[in-house]
Design a binder for this molecule. Structure first.
Ligand code: ASP
Length: 454
C-alpha cells in the first residue's frame, strides 16, 4: 500500500486534477491520497493558502470588504466547473469558506489556523467528489475522525505520538482515502496547522501510521536536483539520496520537500519517492536510509542567505569552565537560537539567523558578553550565506575539502568560516552573501561538471 501526496501545483486546475486521477488509478497500491490546497496555475498566480491568509488579515483588521473572498471562491468554482462536478460540491465549499471566515476571532492565531486549514480541507472534499464522479469509490476523511492529533502550537504544530496508532485504521477503508494535508487537531479539539508547506508532513505521518511500502510525493519537477536550478542551468538530477543528505540539503534552501517531513518516514524506514505529476513515468528521486548508488563523494550543493555570526575571543578561553554555556545562556535569554558554533582555543563563533536580531537586541547581547564573560573582543558580522556541500562518505574521501576551497579561491570568494568536523555528511562554508551565486556555481563545476551521471 502506498501513500501518495500531491502538492498545490498538481491540484491547481481541473486539467491537473485529471492527471492526478490517472496517476492514482494507474497503480492499485495508491490507496491514501494526501492533498494540498490549490496552488499556483502560473508564476504570477496566488496560492489558495496565501489568499486565505490575506482574508484573515483583512477580517482581523475590520476591513473584510477588502478580503479576496471572490478570488478564493473562483479558484474552487473554476475547478468544479472544469470537472463538471455536481452543484452541491461548490455550494458546500462556499458555505464552509464563509463559516470559517465568520468563525471565532478572539484568538487570532487559532482563527488564522482554522481558516488556513480550510484550504486543504475543501480541496480534499472536492477531489473525493471528483473521484466519485469518475465512478471510483473515494472517501474524504477528516484528520479529527482519523485521530491525527497535534501539539497546541498554531502555525507550527507537531504530531503527537498516539496519532500513529490511530492512523493505522485508515487501511480499513474500502476505496481511496482522500485526506487533507497541513493540519491536525489538538487534544482540545481545535485545528492547528503545521508550518508552511506542511502537507508533506501529513503525508509522511500517514505513511508511518499506515506502515506504507512507500511514500510518493508528487510535485512539479522531475527530481531533486543536485543544485538550485535557478542558479545553475540544467543541473544533474539526483536519483537516490539518504534521509540525512536530504535533511542537510533542505536545511540550506532545497525547497522541493519539507525537511520536517522526513522524520516520520525516516523513523519507520519508509522510502520517499519525489515524483512529477506532469511527467509521472520519470523515476523521480528516491530518499532512503542507505543508498546503493555510490556516486561520487558529493551529492548536492545547497546555499542559503540571511545569517550572521557573533565572534567572541578571549585569551585562555579553552581553560575557562562554562564559557560556552554562559555565552549560549545570554542568547537564550533573548530568545535567540543558534545554528552552528565553530570554535578555536581562544575564540568561538556563533552562527545564527539574522532576522532574530535587531540593533537594540544586538547591542544588549554584545554588552552582556563583555560585562559577564569579560571577552577581549566581540564582533557581529552580518550578511552571511552558508554553503553546504553534502554527500554520505564525503569525510572518508581524501581531498574533498581541498577541492571545494580551491574552487572557491579560483572564483575569488573569501571563506569566512569552515565547519567540517561535526557532520558526517556535510561540509559548511560561511561566505559573504553577495558571493553566494558565484560560489555555488564554482562548487557545482568542481564536483559535477564532467563527472558521470549520478
Ligand atoms: N497549502 C499549504 C502551504 O501553502 C501547505 C502545503 O501546500 O503543503 O503552505
Amino acid at each position: 500500500m502506498k501513500v501518495v501526496k500531491f502538492g498545490g501545483s498538481s491540484l491547481a486546475s481541473g486539467e491537473q486534477l485529471q492527471k492526478v486521477y490517472s496517476i492514482v488509478m494507474s497503480d492499485p497500491e495508491r490507496k491514501i491520497v494526501v492533498v494540498s490546497a490549490p496552488g499556483k496555475r502560473s508564476s504570477d498566480d496566488i496560492k489558495v493558502t496565501d489568499l486565505l491568509i490575506e482574508c484573515v488579515e483583512q477580517y482581523l483588521s475590520n476591513s473584510k470588504e477588502n478580503a479576496p473572498v471572490a478570488t478564493l471562491l473562483e479558484r474552487y468554482s473554476s475547478i468544479a466547473q472544469e470537472l463538471n462536478l455536481p452543484k452541491d460540491v461548490m455550494e458546500a465549499i462556499e458555505a464552509d469558506i464563509y463559516k470559517v471566515l465568520e468563525g471565532d476571532q478572539s484568538k487570532p492565531e487559532k482563527y488564522m489556523d482554522a481558516v488556513k486549514a480550510s484550504g486543504e480541507d475543501n480541496s480534499a472534499k472536492l477531489i473525493a467528489a471528483f473521484f466519485r464522479s469518475m465512478g471510483t469509490d473515494a472517501v474524504y476523511v477528516n484528520p479529527k475522525d482519523a485521530g491525527l492529533y497535534v501539539s497546541d502550537e498554531p502555525g507550527n504544530a507537531q504530531v503527537l505520538p498516539q496519532s500513529y496508532e490511530n492512523l493505522y485504521k485508515l487501511r480499513e477503508y474500502e476505496g481511496i482515502v482522500v485526506f487533507p494535508g497541513f493540519f491536525g487537531f489538538t487534544l482540545d479539539g481545535e485545528i492547528a496547522t503545521f508550518s508552511r508547506s506542511g502537507s508533506d508532513i501529513t503525508g509522511s505521518i500517514l505513511a508511518n501510521g499506515t506502515k506504507a511500502k512507500v511514500y510518493e510525493n508528487f510535485t512539479d519537477v522531475d527530481a531533486v536536483y543536485s543544485v538550485n536550478p535557478t542558479i545553475v542551468e540544467n543541473p544533474k538530477e539526483i536519483k537516490e539520496l539518504t534521509y540525512r543528505e536530504m535533511r542537510e540539503l533542505s536545511y540550506a534552501g532545497f525547497s522541493v520537500f519539507h525537511d520536517e517531513a522526513l522524520i516520520p518516514a525516516f523513523r519507520a524506514g519508509i522510502p520517499v519517492n519525489v515524483k512529477n505529476t506532469n511527467n509521472p513515468s520519470a523515476p523521480g528521486t528516491l530518499i532512503v536510509n542507505e543508498r546503493h548508488n555510490t556516486n561520487g563523494p558529493v551529492i548536492g550543493i545547497a546555499s542559503d542567505k540571511g545569517f550572521c555570526s557573533i565572534y567572541v575571543s578571549k585569551y585562555l578561553m579553552n581553560r575557562e569552565l562554562g564559557f560556552g554555556r554562559k555565552l549560549m545562556q545570554i542568547l537564550e535569554d533573548y530568545g535567540v537560537s543558534y545554528e552552528h558554533s565553530p570554535s578555536g582555543i581562544d575564540d568561538m563563533t556563533v552562527v545564527l539567523k539574522e532576522d532574530q536580531l535587531d540593533p537594540e537586541k544586538e547591542a544588549k547581547i554584545v554588552a552582556r558578553i563583555y560585562d559577564e564573560l569579560h571577552a577581549d573582543k566581540v564582533e557581529i558580522d552580518h550578511g552571511l550565506a552558508l554553503l553546504m556541500v553534502v554527500g554520505e562518505g564525503m569525510r572518508h574521501n581524501v581531498g574533498t575539502t581541498a577541492k571545494a576551497s580551491q574552487a572557491l579561491a579560483d572564483a575569488g570568494v573569501n571563506i569566512e568560516m569552515i565547519n567540517q568536523g561535526s557532520s558526517e555528511v556535510s561540509m559548511m562554508f560561511g561566505i559573504k552573501a553577495v558571493n553566494e551565486k558565484k560560489a555555488v556555481k564554482a562548487l557545482y563545476d568542481a564536483f559535477f561538471v564532467g563527472v558521470p551521471a549520478l
